[in-house]
Structures are given as structure tokens and as C-alpha cells.
Design a protein around this ligand. Structure first.
Ligand SMILES: Cc1cc2nc3c(=O)[nH]c(=O)nc-3n(C[C@H](O)[C@H](O)[C@H](O)COP(=O)(O)OP(=O)(O)OC[C@H]3O[C@@H](n4cnc5c(N)ncnc54)[C@H](O)[C@@H]3O)c2cc1C
Length: 301
């Protein structure tokens, strides 16, 4: 029986691991190896790295720091989580882990447009395909940018990007953009160009990403798919934890879920999907679970 099992080894899970290990708790991190942070070619908004840092390098440093203080990192996927005698029992393909507390830091996955996998990876690497205007809108300042999506979410994203560049287009992914006249008028008033889908093709060229839609071939410096995310809250939902309509895990101000002993942090919780936010929530979660354990039985050295 370990003190804390952390499911997910992205920025949230690894921050919590560093804190928990430094609280002298026994801690294991199980990670399926698909962190959104790993897909960041170079983050330039993460404080403390004026030259930027790649997601891979940041995670590597965090893993090193967690291991330094005694956290165990396990590659694998937790397929089932149930309540046990004095905590929880997690099932992996090759073992079970019993833990007094569990922190879910399982993140989300961005929905992608239909696109060849290799093309997607290369476009992402070159910054022609981007998923997060809050993260990297600055990098497309005064460039030609398109948002591909549908409905109010895509319209909000186009309007947000208009704060960086005057050349913003909104392209309906599958056909019409799913917006009413008032929304069209608002976009027109701020100069967002509107194109009907369906988007038939993406093509990477030396000077941009070409999108083929009803209007023909359109070239952009960068394209932001705005298709929403799938939230990895299945383990929490199976335990009966409260989630939002979108599937984000509900937590109190100290990152406690509605299930005693179960905590959540990072993108899987409703809030700003950013590394800094994930880390902040994880620090709070680890401190809370440490103090909740101490309330059960004093943690003495
Ligand atoms: C292209 C791109 C660029 C971005 N740029 C920036 C940026 O510049 N600045 C910024 O602040 N943010 C950026 N972000 C957002 C940032 O990556 C996320 O906010 C951050 O990674 C969230 O951390 P997390 O730990 O909550 O989730 P993640 O990093 O996604 O980690 C979750 C981990 O949990 C694992 N997992 C899920 N389910 C299980 C399971 N059942 N068992 C075991 N493991 C499991 C996953 O495999 C994954 O490794 C960007 C995201 C993308 C996609």
C-alpha cells in the first residue's frame, strides 16, 4: 500500500510527484506516454525559459527531478480503478497497485481534423498547425491564420486570434459554420473572413499550410483546428466522481474530487489548459492529499 498513486505523467502528474516525494510520501506515477506537453515543439509562454523550451525537454527535466526525490515512474496505463479497504486498487496490464490516495492527472486529447498522421506531426513541428492560441497566438502576430471548426467555440477562437493579426479566416470544417446571423455580424464587424467547408484536404507547402475547401485552395501561415477535446475522466466517472457536462472532473478549491481520497489536477479538471495552471493545481493537490493523510494518522519522521 503506497501513500499516493498518480495516474498521468504530464506537467500536472510530475509536479505532484515532486511535491509528494518531497513530503516523504511513497509515490508512484503511472503514465501511458501521451502527454499533450510532448507535442509542444517549443513553448515560449512558460515562465522561466526566455528562449523557450520543448515539451519533451521540460518533461525530461521534471521526470529527473521526481526520481531524484524518490518517486517511482512506471510506463503503463491504468485500466481500472476501484475503492479498496483503506484506499484504492488500480489495475495495469501487468500488475495491481494499492494506494491510500490517488491523483488523476490524465489530461485531455485535442480532436484532430482528418489528416495523415505524418503530415499532422510535420505541420505541428513547423508551427503550421497549432492547437492553442493562448499558448502561441503571439507567434502568429500579423500572419495569415485560419480557424477550422464549427459553432461558437470556433468563432470565439477566431475573435481571440484577431487580437494578434488582422488576417483571420474561419472555415467550417464539414460545411456551414453552425453560427447564427448575430454571430456572423460580429465576425464581419471585426473583419474575420468566413469560408464554408467541407475541408477536403490539407497540404503542407514551403510557405504555409494549404486548405482545400468550397472556396478553393487557401494558403495560411498557420491553421488552428477548433474541434474540442476528449477529456480522460473515465476512471473518475467509473468511481462515481462528479464531472461537468463536458466530462471535466469537478474538484473543490483544494483539488479534492467528490470521492474521498481521490484528487484531480491539470487539463482533466475544468480550467485554463496550460502548463502553469496544471502545475499550480498539482502543487495544491499534493499538499492537500498530504494533509488529508496526516489528518487520518500523523505523518511523523
Ligand atoms: C500543440 C500544443 C501546444 C501547446 N503549447 C503550450 C504552451 O506553449 N504553453 C502551455 O502552457 N501549454 C501548452 N499546451 C497545453 C499543455 O500541453 C497542457 O496544458 C499540459 O500538457 C497539461 O498537462 P497535464 O499533465 O494535465 O496533461 P498531459 O500533459 O496531457 O498529461 C496527461 C498524461 O496522462 C496520461 N494518461 C491518461 N490516461 C491514463 C491512464 N488511464 N493511465 C496512465 N496514464 C494515463 C497520458 O498518456 C498523458 O501522458 C500545448 C498543447 C498542445 C497540444
Amino acid at each position: 500500500m503506497i501513500d499516493c498513486l498518480i495516474i498521468g505523467g504530464g506537467p500536472a502528474g510530475l509536479t505532484a510527484a515532486i511535491y509528494a516525494a518531497r513530503f516523504h510520501l511513497s509515490v508512484q506515477v503511472v503514465d501511458a506516454g501521451d502527454s499533450r506537453a510532448e507535442k509542444i515543439p517549443l513553448t515560449r509562454n512558460h515562465a522561466g525559459f526566455p528562449e523557450g523550451i520543448s515539451g519533451v525537454a521540460l518533461l525530461e527535466r521534471m521526470r529527473e527531478q521526481a526520481i531524484l526525490y524518490g518517486a517511482a515512474l512506471i510506463a503503463g496505463r491504468v485500466t481500472n480503478l476501484e475503492r479498496g479497504e483503506d484506499g484504492f486498487l488500480a489495475t495495469l496490464s501487468d500488475r495491481g497497485i494499492s494506494a491510500r490516495t490517488v491523483l488523476l492527472a490524465t489530461g485531455v486529447t485535442n480532436r484532430r481534423p482528418l489528416m495523415d498522421e505524418a503530415l499532422h506531426a510535420e505541420a505541428l513541428r513547423q508551427g503550421r498547425l497549432r492547437y492553442c492560441p493562448v499558448c502561441d497566438g503571439y507567434e502568429v502576430t500579423d500572419q495569415a491564420v485560419a480557424v477550422v471548426g464549427r459553432g461558437p467555440r470556433a468563432a470565439r477562437e477566431a475573435e481571440f486570434l484577431r487580437g494578434y493579426t488582422a488576417d483571420v479566416s474561419l472555415i467550417g470544417l464539414t460545411g456551414q459554420d453552425g453560427l447564427d446571423d448575430a454571430a456572423h455580424a460580429r465576425l464581419d464587424a471585426i473583419g474575420v473572413k468566413r469560408f464554408a467547408g467541407p475541408v477536403r484536404d490539407f497540404h503542407l507547402e514551403r510557405d504555409g499550410l494549404v486548405v482545400t475547401c468550397a472556396a478553393g485552395r487557401l494558403r495560411f501561415d498557420a491553421v488552428y483546428p477548433s474541434l474540442g477535446s476528449d477529456v480522460h475522466s473515465d476512471l473518475a466517472r467509473a468511481l462515481g466522481a462528479a464531472v461537468t457536462e463536458d466530462g471535466c472532473i469537478k474538484v473543490d478549491a483544494h483539488q479534492r474530487t467528490s470521492i474521498p481520497g481521490l484528487y484531480a489536477a491539470g487539463d482533466v479538471v475544468l480550467g485554463l489548459d496550460q502548463i502553469s495552471h496544471a502545475m499550480g493545481e498539482a502543487g495544491v493537490a499534493a499538499t492537500t492529499l498530504r494533509n488529508d493523510l496526516a489528518a487520518r494518522a500523523p505523518l511523523l519522521r
